[in-house]
Design a protein around this ligand. Structure first.
Ligand SMILES: [Zn+2]
Ligand SMILES: [Zn+2]
Length: 134
């Protein structure tokens, strides 16, 4: 049983890692994994995802003004840069370390405020959502 759970978790983490630029709802994850060996079902995902969030491997967001939760993989290096997040499609952009540092230094210098890179997400609109007709 424990072995089976480990396999499910690995499959899930592998998938999220391969798609680390995208965020998914539980339903989307279940649909994307369906048919694969050891694919976790929806109820398993509802149990697994909060654990991964707790472990700091996955970040949880709310999609736009909806109450839907989205999950996205966080890399090791995500502690050291800022993130830009689209409020419409949920896409997350990982800022470069240099650019993040520059911004953080500027804020520190001007406002004497130290930003926590890994926890900070700037919300806005990505290129696609900004150019899409309203
Ligand atoms: Zn990142
Ligand atoms: Zn977008």
């Amino acid at each position: 049983m424990a072995h089976y759970q480990t396999a499910q978790k690995k499959l899930l983490l592998d998938f999220l890692r391969e798609h680390s630029r995208q965020a998914f709802t539980i339903e989307e994850l279940a649909a994307a994994l369906e048919g694969r060996e050891h694919a976790p079902g929806k109820s398993t995902l509802y149990r697994l995802m909060p654990l991964l969030v707790q472990e700091g491997r996955v970040k949880r967001f709310v999609r736009g003004t909806s109450r839907q939760f989205l999950y996205q993989m966080m890399g090791e290096s995500c502690r050291t840069h800022l993130h830009l997040k689209c409020s419409i499609c949920g896409q997350m952009v990982h800022m470069g370390h240099e650019e993040s540092l520059e911004l953080v230094r500027m804020i520190d210098k001007k406002y004497h405020f130290s930003v926590s890179e890994g926890d900070t997400v700037l919300f806005g609109l990505c290129e696609n959502c900004r150019t899409a007709p309203a």
